[in-house]
Design a protein around this ligand. Structure first.
Ligand SMILES: Nc1ncnc2c1ncn2[C@@H]1O[C@H](COP(=O)(O)OP(=O)(O)OP(=O)(O)O)[C@@H](O)[C@H]1O
Length: 310
């Protein structure tokens, strides 16, 4: 349905997107996962034809949208990261305003607004001014605006940033429902790996302008099939203990955060004994040691040496 080929974007000195290749099949939810500044929003803006690429191409049903964006624009709903609403209008008035911009027929629009208010769960609040809305309600209305013209494809750019858990769950469920019930294809951008893990059929992991891994959840986790993650909690994480573990030949990656250590070691290794011995040597009081199957977060750590949310 949509194919992105060797897409690049340079802003003066910054190469924000550096040769991205990806595709979307009809009916999929595809995740674009990466830390802040990875180039996700820039990629979304280029494949929505909002900004022109420096080089590369985006093909929608085999036609370049760089040259002919119209067909994609008719079918595409974009939920931008920044909330784009009028604070001094009510929820309903915002939908009416954007409906007119999309040139939706007047009679159809009234019916469409009812439907959208239902989907985003804002029927009761429709006549309140947007400036009185919570962050989560604004995000939901932002999604509603993108649904007005019945898109078959939606790009969502971090739609759950900075909102309460209840609204977040509501949005995640709405994304699932839109996909299942209306067969809408969705490209979902996030730096929360648990969201992407929950929602998406396939995942692209992006960092520093590059796609660094791609595949189904299982395929991506398979990257780490040769490794195990060891999570350690201790009373105090001392520098000399970190040094001992870091210098151990079997430790492929180590991250320390507060009173926790995460290690990646080869799967066949029985590393438990080493953890105990090195802790004793440095007078570290252990609270727990857990061995885990890899998560997407571990994959990211493995590929980049950094945590997804630094
Ligand atoms: N208009 C612009 N002019 C100059 N640099 C830009 C512009 N837009 C983005 N960048 C830079 O390009 C890089 C990628 O930014 P982008 O917003 O695409 O990342 P992101 O993965 O979406 O991160 P975030 O989640 O923080 O939005 C960053 O270094 C950013 O500072």
């Amino acid at each position: 349905m949509l194919e992105v080929m060797d897409l690049k974007k340079k802003f003066k000195q910054t190469l924000a997107v550096d040769g991205v290749n990806l595709y979307l099949e009809q009916g999929e939810i595809v995740g674009l996962l990466g830390p802040n500044g990875a180039g996700k929003s820039t990629t979304i803006s280029m494949i929505s034809s909002l900004i022109a690429p420096t080089s590369g191409d985006v093909r929608y049903f085999n036609e370049s949208i760089v040259k002919k964006p119209q067909k994609l624009r008719e079918h595409l709903g974009v939920v931008p990261q920044e909330i784009a609403l009028y604070e001094n209008l009510t929820g309903r008035e915002n939908l009416q305003f954007f409906g007119k911009i999309y040139k939706i027929d007047k009679n159809q629009l009234a019916q469409k607004i009812e439907e959208v208010l239902d989907i985003i769960g804002l029927k009761e609040k429709q006549n309140a001014l947007v400036k009185t809305f919570s962050g989560g309600m604004k995000r939901r209305l932002n999604i509603g605006v993108a649904l007005l013209h019945e898109p078959t494809l939606i790009f969502m750019d971090e739609p759950t940033v900075g909102i309460d858990p209840q609204s977040r769950n509501y949005i995640l469920e709405t994304v699932k429902r839109l996909n299942k019930e209306k067969n809408i294809t969705i490209l979902y951008t996030s730096h929360y790996m648990e969201e992407v893990e929950y929602l998406c059929d396939r995942i692209y992991i992006m960092d520093q302008g590059h796609i660094i891994a791609a595949g189904s959840k299982d395929e991506i986790k398979h990257i780490l099939s040769a490794e195990q993650t060891i999570l350690i909690e201790a009373e105090d994480i001392k520098r000399d203990w970190i040094k001992l573990l870091e210098n151990h030949p079997s430790v492929n990656k180590l991250t320390a955060q507060d009173k926790r250590l995460t290690l990646l070691v080869p799967k066949e290794m029985d590393f438990f004994q080493t953890v105990i011995e090195t802790a004793n040597e440095t007078n570290t009081v252990l609270k727990s040691v857990q061995i885990q199957t890899p998560t997407l977060e571990d994959v990211f750590l493995h590929l980049t040496g950094r945590a997804l949310r630094d």
